[in-house]
Design a protein around this ligand. Structure first.
Ligand SMILES: [Zn+2]
Length: 483
């Protein structure tokens, strides 16, 4: 990528829309599960959607574009994960309280004003991703902000909405959707226009907003659980919307490539879709402002002061603060701090570093790099190891009964024999720590070999003591002995 581009001079303007699925028990308007565990549909329902002129008003250009495609929609129905509500055969049930609580927490963490009454609205959707032809959405926060590099990043609004059905395939006007994603609670967070930031800074801002949502611990993980739409323009030119950036790490690349494209091509206002490599493809002309209608099946919901006060009292620690704390107090690098925040072992990590005298960076890298490495390269089934075993492992490290170099071997052993403890691993693997005197004893013959270089001697000694003493210590001892 060309790092010399001056994005301020290009007047790069970016707007972000982050979508995060919530990990609630039920969907937003029915009691279907949000797990998306089912693989095989129990039936397929075929529909043809017609935009209703009265609802669309003057059918706009995007609507016509979609409509003219003349498609049929096929919906895969899943046991326990879709019902008459998803099929639009039954009115929506009451708004899910767990989802509302979580969405309001997110809005409060983002310093939003909360309306004292909320209204579920219908937003016209004509790509078939919603069986009803509209998406239900409710604004639950406005005028929020987060701080970034001493500046305020405006959060224009936070909405709670139903996720759309996921597309399975599209061929010759035949579109297949999975109904189990439809209706999963989704929080959308919109920023004001970001100006004067580089693509990398914008990615960092998106990251910080994302972890605010995740502070609630009620968000889904994994592919597709976070999706970002991004509006990009330069030099006050046409605005291009890019939909569906699924990986946060790709955001800066998507923006950089789009700026390149806008510099090199004649650009029209349009909606594009993000590809997995950061490039984009044309999707459709830019739609007009969304058309919204009140959802007549659900009455307005009053948000009382007590309700908000109660939520405020129980607000979790914002992860932006946690991230800072990991970096300053625990002395983790930025990368390591972010990795452990994104790790399934986060709670266990915090429990261990708050109760034991062990270096937090060792604990963090055990849970991110060492475990990942063992799983990927050696197919070690780390998830067979219980939390208590990990706690025991770091007890041993705290009490200097093992050195940190022994950790990978012990984890391998514990995964293979989940019934056994760390003590068994030490016996089996002969990983009792060595004293410097013992290492000197082992090194004696080696360093005395004629013409041996330091590198060679160190290598041989290490092969005999690996996992039983700190490598730095061995280096020091061998150096001393060869003086
Ligand atoms: Zn349902």
């Amino acid at each position: 990528m060309d790092k010399k581009i001056n994005y301020s001079a290009l007047r790069l303007k970016v707007g972000l829309e982050l979508h995060q699925q919530l990990d609630t028990k039920y969907k937003l308007f029915c009691n279907c599960s949000t797990q998306m565990k089912e693989k095989i549909p129990i039936m397929i329902i075929t529909r043809k959607l017609h935009p209703v002129a009265s609802e669309l008003g003057t059918v706009d250009i995007a609507a016509q574009f979609e409509y003219l495609r003349n498609r049929t929609f096929h919906y895969q129905v899943f046991n326990n994960e879709s019902c008459q509500v998803e099929l639009d055969e039954e009115p929506p049930h009451e708004l899910n309280k767990e989802a509302l609580d979580t969405a309001l927490q997110i809005a409060l963490l983002l310093n939003c004003d909360i309306p004292n009454e909320i209204h579920v609205m219908r937003k016209t959707v004509i790509d078939g991703s919603n069986t009803s032809g509209f998406q239900r959405t409710v604004i639950i926060g406005m005028n929020g902000h987060i701080n970034y590099k001493g500046k305020r990043i405006l959060i224009t609004q936070v909405t709670l909405e139903e996720d759309a059905a996921a597309i399975v395939s599209e061929e010759n006007g035949k579109v297949i959707y999975r109904l189990n994603r439809l209706g999963i609670p989704l929080v959308e967070i919109d920023t004001g226009i970001l100006e004067g930031y580089t693509p990398e800074e914008i990615q960092e801002i998106a990251y910080l907003i994302g972890i605010m949502a995740r502070s609630t611990s009620k968000t889904k993980h994994g592919i597709g659980s976070i999706r970002q739409d991004v509006n990009i323009s330069i030099r006050n030119g046409p605005r291009v919307e890019i939909k569906g950036v699924q990986e946060l790490g790709l955001l800066s690349k998507v923006i950089e490539l789009e700026v390149q494209r806008q510099l090199n091509e004649k650009v029209k206002e349009e909606t594009r879709a993000a590809n997995l490599d950061g490039t984009t493809r044309f999707l459709r002309p830019l739609p007009g402002a969304s058309r919204m209608y009140p959802e007549t099946d659900i009455p307005p919901i009053v948000i009382t002061k007590d309700y908000i006060e109660n939520l405020k009292k129980n607000l979790p620690e914002p992860w932006t603060k946690k991230l800072e704390r990991f970096k300053t107090k625990l002395k983790l690098s930025d990368d390591l701090a972010k990795e452990i925040l994104g790790s399934e072992y986060l709670n266990l990590f915090e429990r261990i570093v708050s109760t034991k005298k062990v270096e937090p960076s060792i604990v963090a890298s055990t849970f991110v790099s060492i475990i990942k490495d063992l799983e990927r390269r050696e197919k070690v089934e780390v998830n067979r190891i219980s939390e208590n075993r990990f706690i025991e492992l770091f007890d041993y490290l705290q009490d200097k009964k093992i050195v940190k170099e022994a950790i990978p071997e012990i984890i391998k052993y514990l995964a293979a024999y989940p019934q056994n403890g760390v003590g068994d691993a030490l016996k089996e693997l002969d990983l009792k720590p060595l004293t410097p005197a013992e290492v000197r004893e082992i090194a004696k013959e080696i360093v005395e070999q004629p013409n041996i270089t330091f590198e060679k001697a160190y290598g041989i000694v290490m092969s005999k003591v690996r996992g039983k003493i700190d490598a730095q210590e061995v280096m020091k001892i061998v150096k001393q002995m060869m003086k």
